[in-house]
Design a protein around this ligand. Sequence first.
Ligand code: 5RP
Length: 230
Amino acid sequence: MNASAPAPLTQDELKTQVGQAALQYVVPGEIVGVGTGSTVNKFIEALATVKDRIRGAVSSSVASTERLRALGIEVFDSNEVEDLSVYIDGADEIDGHGFMIKGGGAALTREKIVAAQSRRFVCIADLSKRVEVLGAFPLPVEVIPMAARRVMRQFEKLGGMAHVRERDGLPLVTDNGQHILDVTGLKISDPLAFESEVSQWPGVVTVGVFAHQKANVCLLGTPTGVQTLN
Ligand code: 5RP
């Protein structure tokens, strides 16, 4: 009888692979920037195995903070830390330049802040996140609630359709007390210009295009192993 071929790795296993692979970018003795999401949760589990070799973390969400602390990793306020050598986070989409869509977990504002204070952004993602052009994933935009309708109309002028993200039938409230719009129908061919423009609209807190804070390295989980894209 022929030995059967090994079962293909599940998406969860691909996330575990890249979460573990990201440990090689953690600098001993330093504070690590930590993102948010299911892939980052795998990284946090891996980080806990080396927690005695790092000073702690700056976290991009209440959810990640709770997870880090539960595993015995000290969490610092970003204001207590001058800069970080590395920020590890996931993405909803990433293109060949390292430009990303983020915010599927509603943590985009704090993610952008921690990314901005980090010298290197390492994106960890499974193969399904790699795209040629950003925009198939609904673009998250954190907005001040009183500006939501106006911002939605502005996206309509760009050919997008925006709706307010809900949880349990009510607008989702972010860690910062604001709302999230999810915008479909966009094809973001110039992410730098798009991010610059939308960021200036009154009432927009953060747009989920990460082009100015792009990934410097992407660890992509594939069925044949982790690919490193620089
Ligand atoms: C949260 C994010 C996440 O990085 C993004 O949504 C990817 O999450 P996951 O690893 O669960 O697919 O931007 O705001």
